[in-house]
Design a protein around this ligand. Structure first.
Ligand SMILES: [Cu+2]
Length: 485
């Protein structure tokens, strides 16, 4: 606390004297970063005593009501958060490719909101662009047909300036698309397929959620000191000695997790943001940035009964000085039931089409400036304006976009609406592609010093946005419009 105050003072003092000087600006940013340490206290094993909540699953939801809800997160206190139905977070939507989603969002909040269907390739007027607001006491009908591969998508508000606050307060949920091709893989399902929405939050003493980032936290990200899974603090899940499938969403505004198992065991990545991989990828840890998803299998079959294993986040480096400094536990698995495992890890999953024939390249510089008027985080030195179309794309074209963070010192998970892309290359920084980046993606983590190239085909007409999914950066204006026509 004390450090933060001192550094904030240094920040404003330097800002006053140093505008325009690269040296002073760098110095200033470095000071701020040093003062912004990761605030998560490491929880002890004994505190993981709350049974993991599983959001209700709906195959044909017709009603979403953005509203104040009662739920219990901390210490058994029932308090008010935001939600779409009952309690914090919305339902998990599970629908088949080819089926039509048709649901009414009614806004019972005192402010405007909307829903962005993150990862779904749907018409622009249904996408939840920040232009498309549902005002207080009004409603809007979202109707679209699912025409994409099986994958773990999600939904959340996209209100420019208050996206982070509304998501933090409880408005988000998973949207799973299924196909016969995926069904045929016979992956663990039913009670053996568990959604995990991981979020970090801060709380007021009355148990309500606090969201009040300082200027420094707009830069480094607003990191919560409690890690929740599906809106459950210190959660545990009883498991049997067999394979499980976990569909993981990093639904945090800014926090990056380095997911691993506490017993050091390998796990198997079978899918990424918007699709299933070509084959399972065996890893011991993997980074997951805000907005990214991970579809994994964990094999508990060789673990002795009554053993506890944690899903945890290990330390990491290279993602700015505020992130990755602490290891902490996320979810406790208690292996408590013997079961003969019949599942065999498949050698191959779903082929990934080759997106070749890219006919245009665009490059986007990701930068931070001390210019307070209009936002500090920028793409091609621009701050979001609803009035301006920044890029025009031909319908049906395949393009390569490069996100250039080579001069930056903050990580940016970059998200493009209206498409699923494939990651082509990463130059500088970590200088490689990672196992979970081998499939369909809509959000890619661009670390400091990196240039990341993605390729995609534009098949939906209209006005979309692309932006940083660090929601503090996004609300600060790190977002541009593109129009497909
Ligand atoms: Cu960012």
């Amino acid at each position: 606390m004390k450090n933060k105050k001192i550094n904030r003072r240094i920040f404003f003092q330097r800002l006053g004297v140093g505008v325009g000087s690269t040296y002073l600006l760098q110095n200033c940013m470095s000071n701020m970063n040093h003062g912004t340490s990761d605030p998560v206290p490491v929880a002890s094993d004994a505190t993981f005593k709350n049974i993991l909540k599983i959001p209700e699953t709906l195959s044909n939801p017709t009603t979403f009501i953005a509203q104040s809800v009662q739920d219990t997160i901390m210490d058994g206190k029932t308090v008010k958060y935001l939600g779409y139905r009952n309690g914090l977070l919305g339902p998990t939507i599970r629908m088949q490719k080819g089926s039509t989603f048709n649901a009414k969002l009614t806004n019972q909040l005192a402010e405007h909101t909307n829903i962005h269907w993150h990862g779904l390739v749907i018409p622009a007027d249904m996408d939840g662009h920040p232009d498309q607001m549902v005002m207080a006491n009004e409603s809007f009908n979202y109707r679209f047909t699912l025409n994409q591969q099986a994958g773990t998508n999600w939904y959340h508000p996209h209100v420019h300036g208050t996206t982070a606050k509304q998501v933090t307060q409880g408005l988000s949920g998973l949207f799973i698309v299924e196909t016969p091709e995926e069904k045929a893989l016979n992956l663990p399902s039913g009670t053996f397929e568990i959604p995990l929405v991981i979020q970090d939050k801060r709380f007021n003493t009355d148990g309500t959620i606090k969201y009040s980032p300082t200027m420094m936290e707009v830069m480094s990200g607003y990191l919560g000191d409690n890690i929740l899974v599906n809106g459950t603090a210190s959660p545990y899940l009883n498991v049997s000695t067999r394979f499980y499938r976990f569909r993981i969403l990093n639904g945090s505004t800014a926090r990056i997790y380095n997911l691993a198992l506490s017993n050091g065991a390998e796990f198997y990545i079978i899918g990424s943001d918007g699709g299933i991989l070509e084959k399972p990828e065996t890893v011991k840890e993997t980074l997951l940035g805000s907005g990214e998803r991970l579809d994994i299998l964990i094999d508990f079959s060789n673990i002795a009964i009554n053993t506890e294993v944690f899903l945890e986040s290990k330390t990491f480096s290279g993602m700015g000085t505020a992130q990755g400094t602490q290891a902490f536990k996320i979810l406790k698995f208690i292996v408590n039931k013997q079961e003969s495992n019949t599942f065999k890890l498949p050698a191959s999953l779903i082929p990934l089409p080759n997106l070749s024939g890219s006919n245009k390249k665009r490059s986007f510089s990701l930068t931070m400036t001390m210019n307070m008027s209009g936002g500090m985080h920028r793409i091609n030195n621009k701050v979001f304006s609803s009035q301006r179309i920044d890029e025009t794309v031909n319908l049906g074209s395949t393009e390569t976009w490069e996100f250039d963070n080579s001069t930056g010192d903050e990580p940016h998970p970059m998200h493009i609406h209206g498409v699923q892309f494939q990651v082509l290359s990463r130059i500088g920084g970590r200088n490689t592609l990672f196992p979970h980046e081998k499939g369909w993606k809509d959000t890619v983590l661009v670390a400091p010093k990196e240039k990341v190239q993605v390729i995609m085909k534009f098949e939906q007409k209209g006005k979309f946005v692309f932006h940083c999914h660090n929601l503090e950066h996004e609300d600060d204006g790190m977002m541009l419009n593109f129009e497909v026509k």
